[in-house]
Design a protein around this ligand. Structure first.
Ligand code: NDP
Ligand code: 8X3
Length: 247
């Protein structure tokens, strides 16, 4: 099950896991995109179930997940990918609505989905949860304040989940990417495509597929191996603020 499979990393991951014969549960808010992806992957012979809900809404999340037919509830891998940054303001001029969108999606949404799916895994004494964190969960950069706080929370939650789910044989991993060219910056800059494109100018960023391949490596590790944490960056990026650019 991949949350946020309508674009970027989640969509790329769905495309590559199909080749490993996974049955996929794909979620997101944009129904048309989910339907188009489902149709495309089913055309390749995959079994794909789509669920259309906003992870910020606990009741909608619960109803959607509990609508899964019994056989689809045996979730082997949950990839908590749905997330976003909104705005890039210093703390003193931060926009409350942006803060709430980030905290509600990246922290509470991840918790809501995990709260519903992890008991199903615990009952079966097997499963793997992969949280998509960020280098923003390892470092803090100017004006990144609340987004970085949300991803630091993900870093803490990954560690907490790993401890709590240990007796159930459930693996918990996280991946922390640097700059990945997806719809991320367009969302952060509220539809300003030019400003978003500028983020990736002058160097070769990661693609959704690069990150998806690394997640695949985590998932396909032998059952006794848990990759707790992986930091993945473009070669041209050393930390959140240090790039080697040819502009
Ligand atoms: P995209 O914007 O391309 O994809 C984000 C996905 O999250 C979309 O499928 C979107 O679906 C889904 N999503 C967002 N909000 C909600 C919501 N409230 N309910 C349900 N689904 C939601 O960005 P990325 O692929 O880059 O982002 C994926 C993850 O990777 C995020 O957690 C992000 O923080 C993280 N990340 C990204 C990096 C980057 O540089 N791109 C670097 C490090 C981490 P829909 O809009 O249809 O609901
Ligand atoms: C997304 C990348 O640089 O905004 O997590 O932290 S960055």
């Amino acid at each position: 099950m991949i949350t946020g499979a309508t674009s970027g990393i989640g969509e790329a991951l769905a495309r590559i896991l199909v080749q490993d014969q996974y049955k996929l549960i794909l979620t997101g808010r944009r129904l048309e995109r989910l339907q188009a992806l489902q149709q495309e992957l089913q055309g390749q012979g995959a079994e794909v179930h789509i669920l259309h809900f906003d992870v910020r809404d606990y009741e909608a999340t619960r109803v959607a997940l509990e609508s899964l037919p019994q056989e689809w509830r045996a979730i082997d891998v949950l990839v908590n990918n749905a997330g976003l940054a909104v705005g890039l303001n210093p703390i003193q001029s931060g926009v409350l609505e942006d803060w709430e969108r980030m905290l509600d999606t990246n922290v509470k949404g991840l918790l809501y989905v995990t709260r519903i799916v992890s008991p199903w895994m615990a009952e079966r004494k097997t499963g793997h949860i992969v949280n998509i964190c960020s280098i923003a969960g390892k470092e803090v950069y100017p004006n990144g304040n609340v987004y970085c706080a949300s991803k630091h929370a993900v870093d803490a939650l990954t560690k907490g989940m790993r401890q709590d789910l240990l007796p159930y044989g459930i693996r918990v991993s996280q991946i922390c990417p640097g700059a990945v060219e997806t719809e991320f910056s367009e969302v952060r800059f509220k539809g300003d495509k030019e400003r978003a494109a500028g983020v990736y100018k002058g160097f070769e960023p990661l693609t959704g597929r690069d990150v998806a391949e690394a997640i695949r490596f985590m998932i396909l590790a032998p059952a006794h191996v848990c990759i707790n944490d992986m930091v993945i960056m473009p070669t041209a990026q050393a930390n959140s603020g240090l790039f080697y650019k040819n502009l």
